[in-house]
Design a protein around this ligand. Sequence first.
Ligand code: G1P
Ligand code: ZN
Length: 543
Amino acid sequence: MHGITVRTEPIEGQKPGTSGLRKKTRVFMGRHYLENFVEAIWRGIGGVEDATLVLGGDGRFFNERAAQVILRMAAASGAAKVIVGRNALLSTPAASNLIRTRRTDGGIILSASHNPGGPDEDFGVKFNMPNGGPAPQDVTDRIYEASRTIDSYDIVESHDVDLATPGTRRLGEMEIEVVDPVEDYAHLMERLFDFDAIRSLLAGGFRIRFDAMHAVTGPYATEILSNRLSAPEGSVVNARPLPDFGGGHPDPNPIWAKDLIDAMMADDAPDFGAASDGDGDRNMIVGRGVYVTPSDSLAVLAANAHLAPGYRDGLKGVARSMPTSRALDRVAAARGLDCYETPTGWKFFGNLLDAGRITLCGEESAGTGSDHVREKDGLWAVLLWLNILAVTKKSVADLMADHWAEFGRNHYSRHDYEGVDADRAAEMMDRLRGMLGELPGQVFAGRTVESADEFAYDDPVDGSRAEGQGIRVGLDGGGRVVYRLSGTGTAGATVRVYLEDYTDDPAQVRTAPEEALAGVVAAAEEIAQIREHTGRTEPDVRT
Ligand code: G1P
Ligand code: ZN
């Protein structure tokens, strides 16, 4: 059955970014908007005739309505089959896994990640490729081009499909398989990690608190941590996904997951705390009384991954995004592993993972993952941490202390200036770009510049080049400042300043980051004149 053809006109502003298309929910709900973008996806990927696709989202407001529309459009365009998570739920890593293991032609994920949800908040649509990873630039360019020339789309007229019960049904000639969103993913986790070891750790009184932030990881954490690993009652909190995430930002950082931080800093704190974001790909790790930065977490996981069954044979190599701290590089050097530095954004890891050059990768923005899927994976990181703690029998604080004693510590912080005037932000970057040649040898706030460049990346697998990926300034003694404009902000420009300094002095590894980084912060200001350009005396967010 093919459906009816609806005449439409192109709608401006449907340019997908690195994480698909994100807009206000009401924009997506506007006349033909979602339909136009979905039709543009079909055209951008060369049609869906006879294709098998995966479909699911993070449960935010409009999630299920959008899924019903997409199913009707897939049926009208000749797709053979769509595999949908129950109630149209699928975390991003679980969708990536299904796309891969079911050998599909790709999938659509409905999410705006860690952005708030609701009728007045954000919604998003993203296409992932048959390898399970986000669509690369050439595909998103084709989708964008298609969205500007679209004049019609096909859609089947029908009642809503029952997505509440697993099983197979039909919409016209297309098959719809509604699956339990957790089952396949939980099974993958059981293969990668030593569930018996984690179960005995928990049975021995090791207390955990996982905060699902009313987002998609609720059902995943409940099944895996509570049911399969027998974590006691109260170990998983905010587990019920809500269309507005309970009014918060489902963003696992010390600001938006403050409840968790407070619980972990209290006298009766659990041994291990963690949170994940709206669509389940980000993670935050906290020990009793100790917050673990994402950069440190990545380094610790790389140093200890071999303790988990899925990584017993060691790592093929590792990668981090450029602004992520170089703690990972120290582990790689000590263990003789290749270490790649890629531009910001998960898609750059895809080629390295597909080519078998790396096993583990991550970003400073709370994303860590491995070759088990082609997305970052929040619960995966939590389970790898638990596996490592179960084998080493160390506390998080002791594991960190031992790590720093062995490798030294890369103190690290990111300062964000949000909603900055876009022209002024661009001027700051232009000024820096113009200074690069003169910076080496100059002294700022007592620190000597050793190197300065604008990061460009030549992909070692497909030879493509990405330019203008942020300005790096290397300081004496292993210090570094990176200046970058965010590619995901919505209002004005977001200036990100990434600050790092290195010490292997045992007396200093325990210093708090803001104290240890005071000199680098002063140098960063003197070099770029951030205050003058942003009109701010302080960053809006420090992470
Ligand atoms: C931010 C993060 C980046 C991440 C991206 C998508 O991008 O910094 O690491 O890959 O979100 O989740 P940015 O706003 O810095 O461009
Ligand atoms: Zn996310």
